[in-house]
Design a protein around this ligand. Structure first.
Ligand code: MRU
Length: 347
């Protein structure tokens, strides 16, 4: 299995390196990012995307800000880093990991004695977050693999794979771990309109690992769940509140459909994705540009006078989820979100 990192810190150039996900599958391009403005743009454009990867990007962003800041006094240095944190925060509102990664590094440098220590501590913490993310994905993979039959077909939506994390993946991490353990898993990847994370990214990374993958249009999922043997649906999450799982738009229709057809609906997410004190109504669902829906390449597919709504995420009520596979184990129905609070505080 390929364990290439999705984003990392390059010590020589003091920059964040990442695979540009907007260019896959046609081009495999590594970008070197030297500024917060560029990183913010990369996150907004989904060059870096996926909740855990956004957590790592946020953490490296604070480390980058600390390395770049030229201020000589600790107080003004920290206020500049906090200003950069706000810029990164504002890029994408739904995935909780972005803010989580930013906060974790900010907390570490809150009480430092000098700027040199702040720079060193910020970078060390960001690298720790990246490393821990891969470890979490493997833990999710090992826990979740036990849920799958020896031979099965799994439907997934969007990309919750190595590209959405430091490496390995959450939903695809389960599939990788199952295949690694000798199970035969076929994957149905929903293309995931409008930005096609399923057909471009999930299919690309599974093919790279030699895992059987078939791409379908999003609207074909219900038909397949009714007429052929989908053994499980596995998706990632951008945020898990007390009552709902937020994930890529379209996930809710899979949850409803899986429930209707008695197909297990699993969510794979590290503890860092839980927002256990909040409920669905507290969360902002990101809305993106009209052009993402109306235009493919240079061609326009929607009349200019038609309204367009481009929701990036939806919420699936927790009662539709068969189990949540976390890095600390599996939460089964009745899912007790409070049990996550104690797990979170030990991290
Ligand atoms: O808009 P994106 O591509 O960042 O959305 C990503 C998803 O919805 C993923 O399923 C989610 O972040 C989980 S990634 C392990």
């Amino acid at each position: 299995m390929n364990e290439t990192a999705t984003l990392w810190w390059d010590t020589q150039t003091q920059s964040i390196c990442y695979i540009d996900q907007t260019r896959l599958p046609a081009d495999y391009t590594i970008v070197q990012c030297h500024s917060i403005a560029r990183l913010a743009r990369a996150i907004e454009r989904l060059e870096i995307r996926g909740a855990p990867a956004l957590g790592v990007a946020g953490a490296f962003g604070i480390a980058l800000s600390a390395q770049n800041c030229k201020k000589k006094h600790l107080h003004t240095f920290l206020s500049d880093v906090h200003r950069d944190a706000e810029i990164l925060y504002a890029t994408r509102p739904t995935a909780i990991n972005l803010g989580w990664g930013i906060e974790r590094v900010l907390e570490k440098i809150e009480h430092v004695q000098d700027i040199t220590s702040a720079r060193r501590i910020a970078l060390t913490e960001a690298m720790t977050i990246a490393r821990e993310d891969t470890i979490s994905c493997h833990a999710i993979g090992n826990h979740g693999a036990s849920l799958l039959p020896d031979s099965c077909t799994v439907l997934t939506h969007c990309n919750a794979g190595s590209l959405a994390c430091s490496s390995w993946g959450t939903a695809l991490g389960i599939i990788r771990s199952a295949v690694h353990g000798g199970k035969s898993v076929k994957v149905i990847a929903c293309e995931t309109r409008p930005l096609l994370q399923g057909s471009r990214l999930t299919a690309w990374e599974l093919i790279r690992d030699g895992i059987d993958v078939t791409v379908i249009t999003d609207s074909a999922a219900a038909h397949l769940m009714r007429t052929s043997s989908i053994d499980a649906v596995i998706v990632g999450a951008d945020r898990v509140t007390r009552d709902a799982v937020f994930n890529k738009i379209g996930t809710y229709m899979h949850a409803v459909c899986a429930h209707h057809h008695n197909i297990p609906f699993y969510v794979a997410a590290p503890v860092s994705t839980f927002d256990a004190k909040k409920t669905e109504s507290d969360v902002i669902i990101e809305e993106r540009t009209r052009e993402e829906v109306t235009t493919i390449g240079n061609r326009i597919f929607v009349p200019s006078l038609a309204g367009v709504k481009n929701y990036a995420f939806d919420a699936s009520p927790i009662n539709l989820v068969t189990a949540i596979v976390t890095d600390h184990g599996i939460l089964r129905q009745p899912i007790d979100i409070d049990s996550i609070l104690s797990l979170k505080s030990t991290k």
